[in-house]
Design a protein around this ligand. Structure first.
Ligand code: NAD
Ligand code: DAU
Length: 347
């Protein structure tokens, strides 16, 4: 750390009218809820293509004078010319986000994650507005299971999957546009999120909804892979903190010290849902499966004063199980097609 004095209490940027791309997906919609709940002076325009992963129900019921949905593609430069002027920031969540899908068909990942980010950066450059880029810890590749190290802002990029390589490429574009064109951008790289509105293709919702559906959960490989879990509301507060207080051109890692291996998480779910601890199937491993992710979020905590609220994973997981139990109508329409796709892949 440098010896420079940083003001941790004053907001340096006060947004009033922001665009949230991907605001009908899992993390984007949780961020929209967060802004509506905690920042009453801010209007949100959600720009979302409504792919299989986007669901307008995720933001249904929010006040119409606070949130507007524009259905469209971030790759559409003409659309960006229409909607970007008049906004003071873009918070960019939209992406193809699932590793297994990127292995089966990488092309949409190149288009949305790389070209889409390029189009947004060009719009930001043209209209001179603030930009926050939401990225992932997967850009750093993986750590050995017995390595005491964690990822920091200085860890070299080493992505493993088509998904993470496109996210890494998008981060590089942001850095280049910041340095070359002087756009006002920040980047965050967060670890694995959990919470409400997560698509049933992802690990935790897949296992919960399998049990609710009378099917057995599916575990890849030996179940030893470690993920660093953070509640999605803590991700939202981290992004808000960086958007409003972060230093332009900087990258901040967001994480809540939530490392657990997959078999431990699965056994917690089985126990909480009244199932025997061996009531699951071992299935084919993911090709190139990253072993372990772990975030050191010291910079965000010390420089900007951020701290996560949901540090009890067991209680957050219980609430998440409760949410999927009470919201069958939300996940049921996507469940059969998702499981059919996994079956085809031997997973
Ligand atoms: P998601 O797949 O649930 O949602 C993605 C959203 O983007 C959907 O609403 C989809 O309709 C929209 N979208 C996709 N392509 C689009 C396009 N071309 N134009 C406009 N909208 C489009 O994803 P998520 O899990 O909520 O992830 C959101 C962001 O957070 C991604 O950038 C992801 O890389 C990042 N991230 C995710 C995690 C995680 O644990 N899920 C962790 C760290 C970072
Ligand atoms: O680290 C951040 C990343 O977390 C985000 O960038 C990605 O968008 C997000 O999808 C997530 O990536 P993962 O690949 O870690 O998440 P996923 O939910 O797909 O898998 C979590 C772990 O569980 C991983 O080790 C694979 C394993 N798994 C997954 C599924 C779907 C299983 O064992 N069984 C399963 O059925």
């Amino acid at each position: 750390m440098s010896g420079r004095i940083i003001n941790m209490t004053e907001e340096t940027f006060t947004p009033h009218n922001i665009i949230v791309t991907g605001g009908c997906g899992f993390i984007g919609s949780n961020f929209v809820h967060y802004v509506v709940d905690y920042h009453p002076d801010v209007h949100v325009t959600v720009l979302d293509k409504l792919t299989y992963a986007g669901n307008p129900e995720n933001i249904a019921g929010l006040p119409e004078d606070r949130v507007e949905l524009v259905v469209g593609d971030i790759c559409d430069a003409d659309l960006l010319d229409k909607i970007v002027p008049g906004h003071d920031a873009i918070v960019h969540y939209a992406a193809e986000s699932h590793n297994d899908n990127s292995i089966a068909d990488p092309e949409p990942f190149l288009r949305t994650n790389v070209e889409g980010t390029f189009r947004l950066l060009e719009a930001v450059r043209k209209y001179g507005i603030r930009y926050h880029h939401v990225s992932t810890d997967e850009v750093y590749g993986d750590l050995a299971l017995d390595d005491p190290a964690k990822f920091t802002e200085h860890t070299p990029y080493h992505p493993s999957s088509p998904y993470s390589s496109t996210k890494a490429a998008s981060d590089m574009l942001v850095r280049a546009w910041t340095r070359t064109y002087g756009i006002r951008a920040t980047i965050s790289n967060c670890s694995n999120n959990y919470g409400p509105y997560q698509h049933v293709e992802k690990f935790i919702p897949r296992q919960i909804t399998n049990i609710l559906d009378g099917q057995r959960p599916k575990l890849y490989g030996k179940g030893e892979n470690v993920r660093d879990w953070i509640h999605t509301e803590d991700h939202s507060s981290g992004v808000w903190t960086i958007l409003t207080k972060g230093r332009i051109g900087e990258t901040y890692l967001i994480g809540a010290n939530g490392e657990k291996n997959n078999i431990t998480v699965l056994r917690m779910i089985l126990k909480m849902m009244g199932q025997p601890e061996d009531a699951f199937d071992w299935v084919k491993d993911r090709p190139g499966h990253d072993r372990r992710y772990a975030i050191d979020s010291t910079k965000l905590r010390t420089e900007l004063g951020w701290t996560p609220r949901h540090t009890d994973f067991e209680s957050g997981l219980k609430q998440t199980i409760e949410w999927y139990t009470q919201n069958r109508a939300w996940w049921e329409p996507a469940k059969a097609a998702t499981e059919a796709r996994y079956k085809q892949q031997g997973q």
